[in-house]
Design a protein around this ligand. Structure first.
Ligand code: G6P
Length: 367
C-alpha cells in the first residue's frame, strides 16, 4: 500500500527507492518524450516580460529552489533571487512591478513559506507554487500551482519530494528558456533527453547501495563532515550536509568547493571526511584542484563522480563511488540520491530514529 513500509525498514528507505518512479512520473507531466518538448504549465506571469523572479522555500525545498535558480538564470536568462522564507520576509527586498515568485514546498503548509507567500502577493508579485499536496494552503492561495508527483512522503527528512521538485524546476527552466528564445529546439531536445535518462540512471545509483553503505561506516565515525560541490551541485552538497545533520546528528557543512580555501580548509585534518560531489562537466577541473588542496592538508577525500572523472580522482581520493554519466544539466537530480542514501545509512548505523528525528517535524507550522 502507498502508506505502508512494504519490505523496507523505514519509510525513508522506501521513499529513497521511489526516486526513479517519482522522477519519471513528474517528468511525464511536464515533457513529451516523443517530441522532446516541455509542456509549460499555466503560469501567472508572462515569461518574456517578467523582470525578475523571487524564489523562496525552507529546508530541502529551499535547496531545490537554489538549483532552480542556477537553471533558470542559465537557460532562461531571467534574474532570480533565492532566499529562505524566514529571511525573505524581513529583508524587505525591492520587488519590481510585474515581478513574480516561485515557492517550493512539499507539504504546502510550512508557516514561513506561507507567510512569504502572503507578503509577496501584498507586494504585487504573482505567485507560482511548486507543491506536492494539491489541496494544501499554498496551492489554494497562489495564483497558479505546479504539482510534483511524489506521492505521500512520510519520513520527516525530505527525499523523493526533493528530486520531484528538481524535476519540475528543470522543466520550468527549459520551458522559460524556449519562450524567451534563449534556447533552440535543438537545445530543448538535448536537455529534455538528458532529463528522460534520469529515472533509469537513478535506479543504477540505487544499485550502488553496498558501496554507499561502506562509505557510511567511515562517515558514521566522524564528528564533523564537509560536503563540497560547485555550480548547480553546490546546493546538492548542502542537501547532503542537511540530511546528515537531520537524521544522524553528525555536524556537517555544505560548502562551495571554491570557497573552502576561505575558511573551512582550517578545519581539515585526517578526522574530517570531505565528501566531494564532482561529476565531469565545465567545473570539474576546478573542483578537482580544490579537492587536491584539501587532500594535501591530510583531508580524506571521498568522491561521487562519473566514469570520466574517476581516474583522476582515484589518484588521491580514499574512496571513489562511480555513478552513471549524464549531461551536466541533469546531474543535480542524479547526485541528490547518493548523498541522501549516505545520510540514511549513517543514521541507521548510529541507531537514530530515522523517520522521526529528534526536534524536527514533517511540516513546520510555526514561524
Ligand atoms: C521540515 C522538514 C524538511 C523540509 C522542510 C520544508 O523542516 O523536516 O524535510 O524540507 O520542512 O517543508 P516543505 O513541506 O515546505 O517542503
Amino acid at each position: 500500500a502507498a502508506t505502508g513500509k512494504g519490505n523496507y525498514r523505514h519509510f525513508m528507505e522506501k521513499e529513497l527507492h521511489e526516486h526513479p518512479a517519482v522522477i519519471g512520473d513528474t517528468l511525464r507531466q511536464y515533457l513529451d518524450p516523443r517530441t522532446l518538448e516541455v509542456n509549460l504549465p499555466r503560469l501567472p506571469f508572462d515569461p518574456v516580460k517578467v523582470p525578475r523572479l523571487t524564489m523562496t522555500a525552507c529546508g530541502s525545498a529551499f535547496l531545490a529552489a537554489q538549483v532552480g535558480r542556477y537553471w533558470i538564470e542559465h537557460l532562461a536568462r531571467i534574474p532570480v533571487d533565492a532566499d529562505v522564507a524566514s529571511e525573505l520576509r524581513y529583508r524587505d527586498p525591492p520587488l519590481p512591478e510585474g515581478g513574480a515568485a516561485i515557492l517550493v514546498s512539499q507539504s504546502g503548509e510550512t508557516a514561513d513559506t506561507m507567510a512569504a507567500l502572503k507578503l509577496l502577493r501584498e507586494k504585487g508579485q504573482s505567485v507560482l507554487a511548486v507543491v506536492n499536496v494539491p489541496e494544501s494552503s499554498m496551492a489554494r492561495e497562489s495564483d497558479a500551482t505546479v504539482l510534483t508527483v511524489a506521492g505521500p512522503e512520510i519520513g520527516v527528512a525530505s527525499t523523493k519530494a526533493f528530486t520531484a521538485q528538481l524535476s519540475v524546476l528543470a522543466c520550468l527552466a527549459i520551458g522559460l528558456g524556449r519562450k524567451r528564445r534563449e534556447l533552440s529546439t535543438l537545445d530543448e531536445g538535448r536537455l529534455t533527453k538528458a532529463l528522460l535518462e534520469v529515472p533509469h540512471k537513478a535506479a543504477e545509483v540505487l544499485e550502488r547501495d553496498a558501496e554507499i553503505h561502506a562509505l557510511a561506516s567511515e562517515v558514521a565515525k566522524a564528528r564533523d563532515v564537509l560536503f563540497l560541490g560547485r555550480g548547480s551541485l553546490f546546493p546538492i552538497a548542502m542537501e547532503g550536509a542537511l540530511k546528515l545533520k537531520e537524521i544522524s546528528y553528525i555536524h556537517a557543512e555544505g560548502y562551495a568547493a571554491g570557497e573552502m580555501k576561505h575558511g573551512p580548509i582550517a578545519l581539515i585534518d585526517s578526522q574530517v571526511p570531505v565528501i566531494a560531489i564532482c561529476p565531469s562537466g565545465p567545473l570539474y577541473e576546478k573542483t578537482l584542484s580544490n579537492l587536491q588542496e584539501a587532500s594535501a592538508r591530510g583531508g580524506r577525500i571521498m568522491a561521487f563522480t562519473d566514469a570520466a572523472g574517476a581516474p583522476s580522482l582515484e589518484r588521491f581520493a580514499e574512496r571513489v563511488i562511480v555513478l552513471p554519466e549524464i549531461d551536466p544539466f541533469a546531474q543535480p537530480i542524479l547526485y541528490a540520491i547518493p548523498v541522501q542514501l549516505l545520510a540514511y545509512h549513517v543514521a541507521v548505523l548510529k541507531g537514530t530514529d530515522v523517520d522521526q528525528p529528534r526536534n524536527l517535524a514533517k511540516s513546520v507550522t510555526v514561524e
